[in-house]
Design a protein around this ligand. Structure first.
Ligand code: WT7
Length: 662
């Protein structure tokens, strides 16, 4: 489409199209061809979940032993629990690799890896992946890792990350991937909490042409983790690396002599597959525990229906495998489906803003799954970066991480998908394991900005603060009233948190998001309603950032809120009060922001540090975040009720300083 026509097209759509039908060509070939197809399966998944999931599990996964019960749960109990396929036995790595080796998929590309340097590409066929995973599994065993042990993986986006995950799964060890952009302190906390004795890392990494000292950060963390006996180091870049002789071993050295055969462990369906840490409203991140059978089935089934996966597709999920999106849609979903998954080490705008489109063209990517923040930032670069590339291989576009605005949606749909590809918005969370609410492509009409309809087995509801159902169009809290197979099974080492955080009132899982439902049953997600902010699709607990700030000697008190940001979705706005006698300066502002970066990682660096004389509090001493959020967003006309404030003059001071800062 020509630029002018496209601009007119977008304007037209924004004006009078409330919904867009999937193209007949797409629907004709899709797994779900119509709204009726979806409705039927969805209804069956709710009326007879045992039959539905039992049947799906038989058809989509390979089992050593069948289960004794399909779905068991109690959301009302003092200790809520959820279980799928009790007594069933399977192995996730077997399902992701071995079972594809008998037929034509043996020589199919399982993983295509594109390094940041464009000449670095590796292709792992299923056969090659099998060898590599078996070797790594044997190495882990030789280091004493046993079934049930946790292993921390602090690795950048290199194939060894996927290989190490699958190697853990093969021997029944529980991987805990820590995003390689997190700081030494964050890594140390996660190693401690997980109880891991073995850590896998890489000597260096690349980011935007710069070399990252990954092992250096890891060393800093390990200096305070004497319980870690072994650190396995992948040689990503040929460059001098300091090794601790008692503790550090090279991945290359050990895998070179390891046997390429390793029998997979037979795991009970509810034994943990992995722990993944995520931020919440508490100062400490929580280790979300996912089981084996339910999770793998859910990742596989959503892969098939949400992305309309076909045998010949090249699927590219641009997330880092250090987040749940990468776990489910770079590794487990695609590989359990026997698909080809593309793993990319680089970033969207290096060396130039057309890197993504170059990769799409180079590999003929069919399914592209990315985040609204990426769409917005590339949209700003303009179409001169997209029009020089052949994007005709694209068949479907996915979006995840935060609400996608209608404008970004339409740009994605028209400039990238050229009006041919359905856009599947996908709402879900680390805790949910896989996609929960989505625009089932081919089957349902798309409404730009709406995450659309629930996936099979998912029963979301919007409720008011008193728990009663919200009316159509009325925003409320998004909850889920029954379990689904991808659901988290608990919080690692903290049973109480599972109940307190997710089941504060009995009977339903609380997501922490706000939403409303329209007259067609479409869900519109409005964003977090708890103390979590969403920066470029990354979830950050405000309490975590606050605790990093108050760990500075100068800081007396801190309150962090999200503020609107054109590219990142939300920015980080930190209100800080200082101890008596500390002098306010721009250096101190930078120092505090850098300190947060050090403690948590670059993504947590505050955009604004606002020095305040005092914070607005209720008479009982609770910080009024609602007011702080409004001031940060410059919405000061309607501060509503400030009558409960102990000192109303505080607010005027804050508004004045906010105006000065912007
Ligand atoms: C939070 C979960 C697994 C997804 C990647 C992030 C927000 C996610 C959407 C969407 C609106 C979304 C929610 C959610 N979110 N996807 N399509 N539309 N909001 O996983 O780090 O666990 O964060 O991301 O607020 O609760 P996560």
């Amino acid at each position: 489409m020509e630029h002018n026509t496209r601009a007119a097209f977008i304007r037209q759509m924004l004006k009078d199209e409330r919904s867009i039908e999937p193209s007949p060509e797409f629907s004709y070939k899709a797994h779900l061809k119509s709204r009726q197809d979806y409705d039927e399966l969805y209804r069956r998944s709710l009326t007879d979940p045992d039959a539905f999931w039992g049947d799906m599990a038989e058809r989509h996964l390979d089992w050593y032993r069948s289960w004794d019960a399909v779905e068991e749960y109690d959301f009302d109990a003092p200790r809520p629990f959820v279980r799928y396929f009790r007594g069933g036995q399977l192995n996730a790595s077997y399902n992701c690799i071995d079972r594809h080796l008998d037929g034509p998929r043996r020589n199919k590309a399982a993983l295509i890896w594109q390094g940041e340097p464009s000449e670095e590409v590796e292709v792992f066929t299923y056969q090659r992946l099998h060898r590599e995973v078996c070797k790594a599994a044997n190495v882990l065993k030789s280091l004493g890792v046993q079934r049930g042990d946790r292993v921390v993986l602090y690795l950048p986006m290199i194939p060894q990350l996927a290989i190490a995950m699958l190697a853990c799964a093969r021997i029944g060890a529980v991987h805990c991937v820590v995003f390689s952009g997190l700081s030494a302190e964050a890594l140390k906390d996660r190693i401690d909490d997980s109880g891991a004795r073995v850590v896998v890392t890489a000597n260096f990494g690349y980011r935007s042409g710069k070399i990252l000292r990954i092992k250096g950060v890891c060393d800093q963390a390990l200096a305070e983790c004497p319980q870690v006996k072994t650190c396995l180091v992948v040689r990503r870049i040929e460059k001098r690396t300091t090794m601790e002789p008692e503790r550090d071993v090279w991945w290359d050295d050990l895998t070179a002599t390891a046997s390429p055969a390793c029998e997979p462990e037979r795991m009970e369906a509810n034994e943990p597959l992995f722990v993944l840490y995520t931020s919440g409203s508490t100062a400490k991140p929580k280790g979300i525990v996912h089981g084996t059978g339910g999770y793998l089935l859910y990742a596989t089934l959503t892969m098939k229906y949400v992305f309309d996966l076909k045998e010949t597709d090249i699927h590219w999920c641009t997330a880092d495998a250090g987040w749940i999106t990468g776990h489910s849609y770079i590794v487990y979903g695609p590989l359990a489906s026997g698909a080809t998954s593309l793993m990319f080490e680089g970033v969207p705008n290096y060396p130039k803003p057309d890197r993504f489109w170059e990769v799409v063209e180079k590999f003929g990517v069919n399914l592209l799954y990315t985040a609204p923040t990426v769409v917005r930032s590339l949209m700003r670069e303009g179409e001169r970066w997209t029009c020089t590339h052949d994007l005709s291989s694209l068949r479907l576009l996915g979006s995840v991480g935060e609400p996608i605005t209608a404008k970004a949606w339409l740009w994605y749909y028209s400039a990238i998908g050229q009006g041919r590809c359905p856009v599947a918005d996908t709402w879900w969370q680390t805790e949910t394991g896989g996609v929960m609410i989505t625009t089932l492509p081919g089957a349902v009409d798309m409404k730009p900005g709406s995450a659309a309809l629930p996936f099979f087995g998912v029963e979301p509801k919007v409720v008011r603060s008193d728990g009663t159902p919200a009316a159509l169009g009325e925003p409320g809290s998004l909850v889920v009233t029954r379990p689904w197979p991808g659901m988290m099974q608990g919080v690692h080492g903290n049973e109480q948190a599972f109940k307190d955080v997710y089941f504060p009132t009995p009977g339903r899982y609380v997501t922490g998001d706000g939403a409303y439902c329209d007259e067609d049953g479409y869900f519109w997600i409005t964003g977090r309603i708890d103390d979590v902010i969403n920066v470029s699709g990354h979830r950050l607990g405000t309490a975590e950032i606050e605790s990093a700030l108050v760990s500075c000697a100068e800081v007396a008190e801190a309150a962090v809120v999200g503020c609107p940001h054109p590219v990142k979705g939300e920015g980080i706005y930190a209100y800080v009060t200082l101890h008596e006698g500390v002098v306010v300066s721009d250096e101190l502002r930078i120092q505090l922001a850098s300190h947060v970066r050090e403690v948590i990682g670059p993504i947590a660096r505050p955009d604004v540090v606002h020095f305040a004389k005092a914070l607005p509090k209720t008479r009982s001493g609770k910080i009024m975040r609602r007011i702080l959020r409004k001031i940060a967003a410059h919405q000061t006309e309607d501060l509503c009720d400030i009558s409960t404030l102990s000192e109303p003059s505080v607010v005027a001071d804050l508004i004045r300083e906010n105006e000065r800062l912007s």
